[in-house]
Design a protein. Structure first.
Length: 149
């Protein structure tokens, strides 16, 4: 069975540490920062409109990602943070499934969502998800959530 589900993460589980260890082997430290910020209370994605979610395949955590207020923009702008998909699950639309869920969640509170990525693969992925490239000191991509009429 290859069933995917998305669940809010309210406490860091061992599955997050497994993903963090894999990310470190790829040279990514943002899940290490996630864990440190969560444990210190700096960011637990617990403000109104925020959220941290996990994608599970048959009860195994295979991806994580969060939505928070963007500290570099207005209060109506959210920020995608700490999006990571396990290597073995890439190329299977898991990331798109997660990002779509985060964007749907964002429409409840935000008019736009920004993010920052520093890899060409990440940039191409977010363009495929409907984001636009921007020139900004604190973000590389943005997506408007304003409904079209």
């Amino acid at each position: 069975m290859n069933r995917l589900s998305i669940q809010p993460i309210c406490a860091l589980s061992p599955g997050v540490q497994v993903l963090e260890a894999e990310a470190v082997t790829e040279g990514f430290r943002f899940l290490t920062r996630l864990i440190a910020e969560w444990e210190s209370g700096v960011n637990q994605f617990d403000r109104s409109g925020e959220g941290f979610f996990g994608v599970f395949r048959d009860d195994q955590l295979i991806a994580v990602g969060g939505l928070s207020y963007d500290p570099y923009a207005g209060s109506d702008t959210g920020r995608l943070r700490r999006v990571y998909v396990a290597r073995a699950s890439r190329g299977q639309n898991v990331g798109r499934f997660l990002v779509n869920h985060l964007l749907e969640h964002a429409t409840q509170r935000f008019r736009a969502v920004r993010l920052s990525t520093d890899t060409p693969e990440g940039a191409a992925f977010y363009l495929r998800c409907g984001f636009q490239t921007i020139r900004d000191d604190f973000a590389t991509h943005v997506k408007s959530l304003t409904p079209t009429t």
